[in-house]
Design a protein around this ligand. Structure first.
Ligand code: HEC
Length: 313
């Protein structure tokens, strides 16, 4: 007996496995490459950088190695006032997003414009880069590497912008994924009456180069795709993340107070136990007002998360 059946069987198994791997890995990229990336997808991927799920650059999902989105009001080279414009700053060593690493993800036209006028093929993550979203005279969007086209470097752009114009929305998206916000919240208003409440649904082309997308599959809480347009109050977000029951007495949303970290904005240690006992006293009617929520430190995780939430316009 020479095990003929086994040989045929194992080869067929190999072909089936290899074939399904090819379908899974290659066909979606063909599909994505045939759709033109919209401004929205360019903004999302430049804001979030390389992967906001698990990845080798940020294995513990701490929100590290992420780009910084800034609203630039002065020209970083001349120091003169300019028409405000968003710039996406990639400091030295920050890995680039899908669309810059693989421009074919942008779709044919945006790929051509981004490579020819935008010069994104010359960007090097080792040296750092500053990206912009531009439109040509026919209003077609593409990505531009301002490091090459205008000689802007990451440090100069951060300095010209100033901390008040800086958003860590990219790091915040990592936290959105890590903290499991998507168990309850979708980022996908469905094509129903949802539109009237949660705003316009996303369009084909809004997801090119984004990884992972955070549609969510099962909604237990409001859709957040446009939450920054209906509620832009940082103060409200702060109260709500510290303890949702401060603003919505019957909310089922968990507390995210631990994202404040050890210390507050003044460097004072946060006493969580004291806060809890004061809040319990308030709930029991023994106090008239709830305790104050500590102001978060500028480099705390909750700041990044709020930056991400408010960035969803
Ligand atoms: C257990 C489910 C659950 C989880 C997990 C959860 N939320 Fe919520 N969230 C809710 C519910 C319910 C509401 C509506 C009531 C309220 O405002 O608290 C809400 C409201 C919100 C709102 C206000 C929405 C609006 O329309 O104004 C924001 C912003 C928000 N959540 C962000 C987050 C973020 C960010 C995370 C992850 C860090 C998160 N949520 C995790 C259930 C959840």
């Amino acid at each position: 007996m020479n095990f003929r059946e086994y040989k045929i069987g194992s080869r067929m198994f190999g072909v089936a496995l290899g074939g399904s791997m090819c379908i899974t890995l290659l066909l979606p990229s063909l599909d994505i490459a045939s759709v033109e990336a919209t401004n929205v997808s360019m903004d999302k991927q430049l804001t979030a950088g390389y992967e906001t799920g698990w990845n080798v650059y940020d294995p513990l999902m701490l929100g590290h190695h992420k780009p910084i989105k800034v609203l630039l009001k002065t020209d970083p080279t001349s120091g003169k006032a300019m028409e405000p414009e968003y710039a996406y700053v990639y400091e030295k060593g920050t890995p680039f997003p899908g669309g810059v690493n693989h421009p074919n993800n942008l779709g044919g036209r945006a790929q051509r414009l981004s490579l020819s006028i935008g010069k994104i093929g010359e960007a090097h993550s080792g040296a750092g880069a500053v990206f912009l979203i531009k439109t040509d005279d026919q209003k077609r969007a593409y990505i531009e590497d301002a490091t090459i086209t205008m000689g802007w470097n990451p440090d100069a752009v951060l300095k010209a912008a100033g901390d008040e114009n800086v958003s860590h929305a990219g790091a915040g998206k990592t936290l959105f994924v890590r903290e499991g916000c998507w168990w309850c919240h979708t980022l996908l208003p469905e094509q129903t009456q949802d539109w009237q409440v949660f705003g316009a649904p996303p369009m084909l082309g809004d997801f090119n180069g984004e990884s992972p997308t955070a549609f969510g599959s099962d909604r237990k809480a409001p859709d957040l795709l446009h939450v920054g347009s209906r509620n832009s109050s940082r103060e409200w977000m702060m109260l709500h993340f510290y303890n949702p029951r401060l603003v919505q007495p019957h909310s089922i949303m968990p507390r995210f107070d631990y994202l404040w970290g050890e210390v507050d904005a003044e460097g004072k240690k946060i006493d969580y136990a004291k806060w809890d006992s004061e809040f319990n006293a308030y709930r029991a009617g023994k106090r008239d007002v709830p305790p104050d929520v500590p102001t978060y430190a500028a480099n705390s995780e909750v700041r990044w998360l709020i930056d991400f939430v408010l960035n969803m316009k």
